[in-house]
Design a protein around this ligand. Structure first.
Ligand SMILES: [Zn+2]
Length: 229
């Protein structure tokens, strides 16, 4: 498995991604974007290994971006090395300039590189790992309710705390979720692990969910003659 560099952080750390599979459906998984939310990062290595041997990868191509904020991860800070929140720096309709969000969208090398990766990979589903003290839950933007329920249902088999939370309850101007989901109409799941989520249980949940998502047919593929109502 060959991880390739798709960009470089403010402090010169590589931004790495790997693409696995040959299928027509295209899924982008981002291991982390807030440097103090590393619970999902630990699942990325096992996830890549697991996907590499998955028969579902004949139908799906998965691109995994390991960590969109390696400087923040190294410093254990939410933002990047310039203290910009990389999940508020997107050209979304609700972008609001500010010290922690950038004076305009895509001011940071990390968001610029990820934006280019998204443009070239053209995912039809995006999954981004975060964590919060009120986790674990699945939040979504855009036409992603079905995928959010599939993810939470599968994760709940491993840990019954998992649930869907459609609205996080606070504004997120310039977020990747608003840009991809609301503005571009690409389903995007924001996966909120519980803060300090046990690595084994986080991995169990991710494996179950990704398998469920990859094996599920798209609604437009289902035959209306045989689909139960
Ligand atoms: Zn976060």
């Amino acid at each position: 498995m060959i991880w390739s560099r798709f960009g470089v952080s403010v402090e010169g750390r590589p931004l790495e991604a790997v693409t696995i599979g040959t299928g027509l459906r295209r899924v982008l998984i981002i291991g982390g974007i807030h440097g103090d939310e590393t619970e999902g990062l630990a699942t990325i290595g096992p996830l890549a290994e697991h996907l590499a041997s998955s028969p579902a990868l004949r139908e799906v191509t998965v691109c995994i971006a390991r960590d969109a904020n390696p400087d923040g991860t190294a410093a254990q800070t939410r933002g990047n090395a310039r203290r910009v929140d990389l999940n508020r720096n997107w050209p979304a309709s609700n972008f609001a300039p500010g010290r922690s969000r950038g004076i305009q969208p895509l001011t940071e090398p990390e968001t610029t590189a990820l934006h280019e990766l998204i443009g070239s990979f053209t995912p039809e589903l995006v999954i981004v790992f975060h964590s919060t003290p009120s986790g674990p839950f699945v939040n979504y933007d855009g036409p992603a309710e079905r995928q959010a329920r599939a993810f939470a249902d599968a994760a709940a088999l491993a840990d019954q705390r998992w649930r869907v939370v459609p609205n996080v309850g606070y504004p997120t101007p310039g977020s990747l979720g608003t840009y991809m989901g609301v503005d571009l109409g690409v389903p995007i799941l924001t996966i909120e692990f519980a803060r300090k989520h046990a690595p084994d249980s986080a991995w169990d949940a991710v494996r179950a969910c990704v398998d469920a998502l990859l094996s599920a047919p798209r609604p437009e593929d289902a035959n209306p003659e045989t689909t139960p109502r």
